[in-house]
Design a protein around this ligand. Structure first.
Ligand SMILES: Nc1ncnc2c1ncn2[C@@H]1O[C@H](COP(=O)(O)OP(=O)(O)OP(=O)(O)O)[C@@H](O)[C@H]1O
Ligand SMILES: [Mg+2]
Length: 216
């Protein structure tokens, strides 16, 4: 069992998009997955409500005290995927404590990379008192296809001394399109989008051995 949190206080960095798509990728591999919406905005909740056929259970825990109760749910699921809040430090701090793995989606722009600094400090402070838990890694999101992902972006992220996923999420219309129907790109007809989400799930599973099922 693993609690995977998608955290970045920067608004619009792609947290909810990554949460829903990753949760569905893990579900399609035969895992029992719960989505937790920790954002009072309720975007993941709205996404969930947009489709009656949504196969994934979702709960809203948008208070720091409620997030502490996550540990009582862990026995029932292979993976819990938590969608982080924007700007609410106590919720993010509670999510860091409850997590086994943190994905930090970040747009390939210097402003977004600099803005991750406080979150990285928070995570490292936690890792120091727990012998390295939670694991954490960056995911570059909303990459523009056809442009080279600048070495400067990966180099700037390297300075934080956290791993960066090889797979980047590209800016594609299929993400908001499927989201508006309460679905994910894995249910859509864009093979490149499906491939990148599956590649990201593969990388994640390889980084967290012995939790859940990895087969596609
Ligand atoms: N890879 C992508 N391609 C195209 N659009 C995207 C992609 N990722 C995110 N978006 C769009 O960008 C906007 C912000 O994304 P998202 O809601 O996932 O970010 P967020 O970090 O959860 O935002 P917030 O901080 O407000 O919760 C949304 O309109 C979403 O549909
Ligand atoms: Mg969101």
């Amino acid at each position: 069992m693993a609690v995977i949190s998608v955290l970045n206080p920067k608004g619009g960095s792609g947290k909810t998009t990554l949460t829903t798509n990753l949760a569905q990728a893990l579900h399609l591999r035969g895992n029992k997955v719960l989505i937790v919406d920790s954002d009072p905005q309720g975007s993941a909740r709205d996404w969930h409500a947009a489709s009656e056929a949504n196969p994934l259970p979702l709960v809203s825990l948008d208070r720091a005290n409620n997030i502490k109760t996550l540990s009582s749910m862990t026995e029932s699921y292979d993976h819990i995927v938590l969608d982080g809040a924007a700007k609410l430090e106590d919720i993010i701090a509670a999510a860091i404590k409850a997590s086994d793995f943190i994905l930090i989606p970040v747009q390939p722009s210097p402003y977004d990379i600099w803005a991750a600094s406080d979150l990285v400090d928070f995570i490292k402070a936690r890792q120091e008192v727990t012998d390295g838990s939670p694991q954490a890694a960056f995911v570059i999101t909303r990459h523009i296809e056809g442009t080279r992902l600048g070495d400067d972006v990966r180099k700037a992220l390297d300075e934080y001394e956290l791993p960066v996923f090889r797979t980047a999420i590209t800016q594609r219309q299929i993400y908001p399109q499927t989201a508006s129907e309460g679905r994910t790109v894995l249910d859509g007809d864009n093979a490149k989008a499906r491939d990148e989400i599956n590649a990201l799930a593969d990388e994640l599973i390889a980084m967290m051995p012995d939790t859940g099922r990895g087969e596609k």
